[in-house]
Unconditional design. Structure first.
Length: 132
């Protein structure tokens, strides 16, 4: 219902600066799962706060966040994507096949510039347009 959505926007917007990584991933996942269109100001705040908690995120939370953005059709800035890919790159050995495939699907769906995925030493890695 529209009234509930407006209330959720306001309440979550105010609380986002205190959210943990799991809180951010779960909130974005809920929006994405419902395929809701969030207010632009809310999305901007969510991306800022997701970037803040990015270093502490698990591969599961990282996949949830980027999949949520894909389901909401909210393409982040190239700088945000670069930061996300850099953080994910550091954690790639910890990604499960499902987390990796969901992350790559979401980045492709958002038309993000992930140039290649390669296998090095038996491990799967990806390189962005910036040459990671």
């Amino acid at each position: 219902p529209p009234g509930w959505l407006a209330g959720f926007h306001v309440a979550s917007y105010r609380r986002m600066p205190r959210y943990s990584g799991v809180d951010m991933a779960t909130t974005l996942w809920a929006f994405g799962k419902l395929q809701m269109r969030a207010e632009p100001l809310w999305v901007k705040q969510a991306l800022r706060e997701a970037a803040r908690v990015l270093p502490a995120l698990s591969p599961t939370s990282m996949a949830r966040i980027v999949c949520a953005l894909a389901h909401m059709r909210q393409r982040p800035s190239e700088a945000w994507v670069d930061g996300f890919c850099e953080a994910a790159y550091r954690k790639l050995p910890s990604f499960s096949p499902g987390e990796l495939s969901r992350t790559l699907w979401a980045l492709a769906t958002l038309n993000c510039h992930v140039d290649k995925v390669c296998v090095c030493g038996g491990n799967l890695w990806w390189c962005t347009r910036t040459g990671m």
